[in-house]
Design a protein around this ligand. Structure first.
Ligand SMILES: Nc1ncnc2c1ncn2[C@@H]1O[C@H](COP(=O)(O)OP(=O)(O)O)[C@@H](O)[C@H]1O
Ligand SMILES: [Mg+2]
Length: 255
């Protein structure tokens, strides 16, 4: 088995619209070791979401190679990609994307229906996931009866219910206030630490990125910087970095 959850080499993606073609990613290579918590930063339009879509097998690169958990993604057809995606990859988005008429528990259990898991086991797994994200007692609430942070916890629980190898989060704190954002990053750190989950987070906020172990920067469709955040300088759940920490490891604004 490969020690990488993701290994991409020289991948490119061009959008052919009405006008000029847009080269959203240009020969990007990246290895993500199993169990890493990574931030992908970059200004608007730099290719972050395109990268997420490709890493998440929602779309295929035009060229290059992509190995996910030892499997050659370029060789798979649409159905095979969808199956792999549903089982091996969890997704979290800025806008939570919960079903408004479904309870927290029903939202979390949804991917298990697609996976063919039977009723009682489904519910047990859903309850376990809600406990994992600190929402016990809120199982039967509707999304509108929950705060933004709680809704994002439901979305995180839903993303993990199939026990994926990788969690992909595109601006997961983009709709949350600062305090709630730090709490959500604390939860992701905890899941990373305790479940050994590999996590890639797209963000343009330095305060969010500094919770990760590594920061990759995109600009104009290319990786321009790739750095490891020194362990002792990482932001911890609820622990704000000191000015000295920030000086030792400044995380620059992406925009
Ligand atoms: N479906 C699409 N069709 C055409 N152009 C697109 C499409 N999606 C993204 N782009 C373009 O590709 C570039 C990268 O976009 P994106 O990956 O969304 O960047 P980011 O998430 O960093 O803002 C931008 O110039 C954007 O306008
Ligand atoms: Mg984007």
């Amino acid at each position: 088995m490969s020690e990488y959850v993701i290994s991409i080499k020289n991948i490119s993606k061009t959008y052919w619209g009405a006008g000029e073609p847009v080269h959203a990613l240009r020969s990007v290579s990246l290895n993500i070791p199993k169990g890493e918590m990574l931030a992908i930063m970059g200004p608007s339009g730099s290719g972050k979401s395109t990268m997420m879509n490709l890493l998440g097998c929602l779309d295929k690169p035009d060229e290059g190679s992509y190995i996910f958990s030892g499997q050659d993604i370029m060789a798979l057809d649409r159905d095979q990609l969808a199956k792999l995606r549903n089982i091996l990859i969890g997704f979290v988005f800025q806008q939570f994307n919960l079903l408004g008429r479904a309870t927290a528990l029903e939202n979390v259990c949804l991917p298990l229906i697609y996976a063919g898991v039977k009723g009682r086991e489904r519910e047990a797994r859903g309850m376990e996931m809600l406990r994992l994200v600190g929402l016990q007692g809120r199982e039967h609430h509707l999304p509108r009866q929950l705060s933004g942070g709680q809704q994002q916890r439901v979305a995180i629980a839903r993303s993990l219910v199939n026990r994926p190898h990788l969690l992909l989060a595109d601006e997961p704190t983009g709709a949350l206030d600062t305090k709630t954002s730090v709490e959500i990053m604390g939860l992701l750190q905890q899941l990373h630490r305790e479940q050994g989950l590999s996590i890639a987070i797209v963000t343009h906020e330095p305060d969010i990125a500094q919770h990760c172990q590594r920061i990759v920067r995109l600009s104009d469709g290319q990786i321009i910087n790739d750095e490891i955040v020194p362990e002792h300088l990482r932001a911890e759940a609820g622990v704000v970095r000191t000015e000295a920490d920030k000086e030792a490891f400044p995380v620059r604004k992406a925009v």
